[in-house]
Ligand binder design. Structure first.
Ligand code: MG
Length: 310
């Protein structure tokens, strides 16, 4: 019997497919399909879903229907944890008028990615976020922070833990309620995960307020996740069908697939609340709607097993 000491008894899976996933795919889904996707994900038991981004519609055409989507999902905004990314004050204003309960802001550990993705320096982007976070908190919203490029950056190479802890401390000082540590190019290995979590620990940042966001570019996402769980992390980001390639690593393999994560956690006896069979049905439905092949290994294996039993 595997000794589970050190592992949490329950894990919160934070589903990023509808936002992080679809934003980075070339296929643009009709609003009605996105609505059905999100309803299916919620119905399968996923407790937290990032559903869209309130960026300028011309900047991210795949998510240009954010308001329409939010209005169609209005009942779910109250009953489920549904999170919307906001890039600035204008985005927060739109989120507030749409009745959103939780927003997310997206910071970078490195200057190169801040310049490429946010068109500002790290300090400038934090200065933009400060009033957004403060105002959101004052309005009673939860705020999730992201830090991307936490382990490596395509322009700068290795990222020091100090670069990450500096940004993390600022975001928590501004009032974020959860921080997701992004391995945006999927380059981390388990030892580096431990080093970063130790560094955050030394700055008195509680592990209960942290989430991990791994990409499978180098095949390390599940190893890194298991390492993070053994280190006391209990919130893990993943994406249905592994949606979302990585635009900076020229790889088809992007976000950790939710199906693979659920398979692992279920095998470990860790409670997620997710019905894996319902999730696999949604993977197959989504694959038909998008024309994209199944990318989750667990989804492929379980779907084949199902077909074989017919
Ligand atoms: Mg991602």
């Amino acid at each position: 019997m595997f000794d589970r000491s050190g592992l949490p008894s329950a894990v919160t899976i934070y589903e990023v497919g509808p936002r992080d996933g679809l934003q980075n795919e070339t296929v643009i889904l009709p609003t009605a399909v996105k609505v059905e996707l999100i309803e299916r994900l919620a119905a399968s038991g996923l407790p937290a879903i990032e559903i869209t981004s309130l960026v300028r519609p011309d900047k991210v055409p795949a998510l240009a229907d954010a308001e329409e989507l939010l209005s169609a999902l209005a009942p779910l905004l109250d009953s489920h944890r549904m999170v919307v990314l906001v890039p600035n004050q204008r985005g927060l204003d739109r989120a507030l008028s749409a009745g959103v309960r939780e927003v997310a802001v997206f910071a970078s550990a490195t200057e190169s990615f801040a310049k490429a993705n946010l068109n500002s320096s790290v300090a400038e982007s934090l200065a933009t976020y400060r009033p957004v976070i403060e105002q959101a908190r004052a309005a009673g919203l939860l705020v999730r922070g992201y830090i991307s490029m936490c382990f490596g950056d395509p322009w700068e190479g290795k990222v020091s833990t100090g670069q990450v802890t500096r940004v993390a401390e600022s975001l928590f000082e501004f009032g974020i309620t959860e921080l997701s540590l992004g391995d945006t190019i999927g380059i981390a290995t388990p030892g580096e995960v431990i080093n970063l979590l130790d560094a955050l620990d030394s700055r008195k940042i509680a592990r209960s307020s942290l989430a991990v966001h791994f990409h499978d570019t180098y095949g390390q996402a599940l190893s890194n996740t298991l390492t993070a769980l053994l280190e006391g992390i209990t919130t893990v980001d993943s994406s249905i069908a592994g949606l979302g390639g990585c635009p900076f690593a020229k790889s088809a393999t992007g976000n950790l697939a939710t199906e693979d994560l659920v398979w692992q956690l279920q095998g470990l006896g860790i409670v997620t609340g997710v019905d894996l069979e319902a999730l696999i049905d949604t993977s197959n439905w989504l694959s038909r709607k998008t024309g994209l092949p199944l990318r989750s290994k667990a989804a492929i294996a379980l779907s084949n097993r199902k077909d074989g039993s017919k």
